[in-house]
Design a protein around this ligand. Structure first.
Ligand SMILES: Cc1cc2nc3c(=O)[nH]c(=O)nc-3n(C[C@H](O)[C@H](O)[C@H](O)COP(=O)(O)OP(=O)(O)OC[C@H]3O[C@@H](n4cnc5c(N)ncnc54)[C@H](O)[C@@H]3O)c2cc1C
Length: 404
């Protein structure tokens, strides 16, 4: 095969890569996705929650396994905080394989191309293009692109090759697919406590046909030498919950990284990072699909025009991306600060106190009114401002966090 030039080459055909490819192909650009696996949507490392906004964008309702109206959130000593309203969908649970394949199929239908079993082995940026050496099967191909987009996930080759920094936090997620758990229909459950999910939470998410996904996430520092599987075992054997898990039978288990905190340099001359590659997952939920979609939709029109003009130097990309990316980064930073204050940096005793405050009917009402899985900051602020028990915390957080 001779040398081929593409307007846009995208490394990685996950949800971010597929969505970016669709946007560009719909605008008439020549697009090539490179995917290292031979199949889209495998390996699977996700709880499968897709927010209504992200789902609306792609309309892949055939991938939905369950609709979720709310969450039953358990404090370390068992205080229950129910958040949600019967019959009002808060989020969808999808089959990630069908979802990812659907996103990539939309890109192909819009005119994008894909090479499976393909990955970059080298790349250099020139004044007018990016050149790439690609290993496709056992062959090496030389191609070039006006714009290279790294959608290659948490351990992004693009990010490392072009030295674009690191996500602020790298959480570890673990999950098992199970049968034999009795859940409340259309509700997921969350469990907290330093033995179960230090600084974060564990979840049980209904995934259709009597199956559930039991998982948890935390950071290496907070695990303090314990393995994440040990915490999972602690959940299943916890005195408060063990009866509920006694009939659980596992059918699969997997582990994966959750990068959160936008990298310092998400764009350089002719190169941009989108999705997990850029560290876009939410610090409060670990959700990365919605933020990846939002990251690209905020810049696509201008970026497409810049590709037409082949003006893709760092200065131009800064003009296009900076406002939108900075806002997303600021939201991430505030959400992380609020998460640390209210949950992650608390001892179990402090967390229990917070749960006692959360469980009051007027606070549950406030959470239901202001709470939005996609925008956790307004809820965190409302809690700090309006809940007397949290006022001290608001002072601890300082004006910087609350009013920036
Ligand atoms: C346990 C767990 C639970 C999670 N639960 C949720 C959830 O409920 N909701 C949610 O929104 N998010 C969740 N996430 C996060 C979510 O999985 C990611 O944020 C999301 O998949 C990011 O999409 P992406 O396209 O950026 O990256 P990925 O989905 O990682 O896709 C990257 C693609 O690039 C390919 N690739 C990588 N390197 C190369 C290379 N060098 N060359 C070619 N191809 C390459 C990969 O094979 C893959 O297809 C969870 C994560 C974990 C670990």
């Amino acid at each position: 095969m001779g040398h081929q030039h593409w307007d846009v080459v995208i490394i990685g055909a996950g949800p971010a890569g597929g969505r970016v490819a669709t946007h560009f192909a719909e605008r008439g650009h020549s697009v090539l996705m490179l995917e290292e696996h031979e199949e889209i949507g495998r390996p699977f490392q996700c709880a499968g929650l897709v927010t209504p906004n992200a789902m609306k964008e792609v309309g892949l309702f055939h991938s939905v396994l369950e609709e979720i109206d709310g969450a039953l959130i358990h404090g370390p000593s068992g205080t229950l905080v129910p958040v949600g309203t019967e019959g009002k969908i808060r989020t969808y649970v999808v089959c990630r394989k069908i979802f990812d394949q659907g996103v990539v199929k939309q890109a192909l239908e819009a005119g994008a191309n894909i090479w499976l079993d393909s990955q970059p082995v080298n790349s250099q940026v020139h004044d007018d293009k990016v050149v790439l050496e690609v290993k496709k099967g056992n062959e090496i191909h030389n191609i070039s692109a006006s714009l290279l987009i790294g959608c290659d996930g948490a351990h992004s080759w693009t990010r490392r090759h072009f030295k674009m920094g690191r996500p602020k936090e790298l959480m570890i997620g673990f999950q098992a697919e199970v049968v034999g758990y009795e859940n409340r229909e259309r509700w997921l459950e969350m469990f907290s406590g330093s033995e179960i999910a230090p600084g974060f939470f564990a979840w049980v998410i209904p995934s259709g046909n009597g199956t559930n996904r039991i998982g948890l996430w935390s950071t290496a520092e907070r695990l303090e030498g314990r393995s994440i599987e040990q915490c999972y075992d602690n959940l299943l054997e916890h005195p408060l919950w063990k009866d509920r898990f006694s009939d659980v039978v596992e059918t699969a288990r997997y582990c994966g990284p959750v990068p959160s905190g936008m990298v310092k340099t998400p764009y350089k001359d002719r190169v941009i990072l989108i999705g997990d590659a850029a560290g876009m997952a939410k610090p409060t939920t670990g959700g990365g699909i919605g933020p990846a979609f939002e990251q690209i939709s905020g810049i696509i029109e201008q970026l497409s025009n810049a590709v037409v003009k082949n003006q893709l130097d760092k200065k131009t990309l800064h003009k296009i991306c900076n406002k939108h990316f900075s806002k997303m980064k600021k939201d991430q930073t505030r959400a992380r600060a609020l998460r640390n204050l209210l949950v992650s940096d608390c001892t179990d005793k402090e967390l229990d106190k917070h749960f006692n405050s959360f469980a009051k009917p007027e606070i549950v009402e406030l959470i239901n009114k202001v709470g939005d899985i996609e925008k956790p900051v307004p809820l965190g602020m409302a809690l700090l401002k309006r809940v007397p028990a949290f006022r001290k915390l608001a002072l601890k957080a300082g004006a910087k966090l609350i009013f920036t």
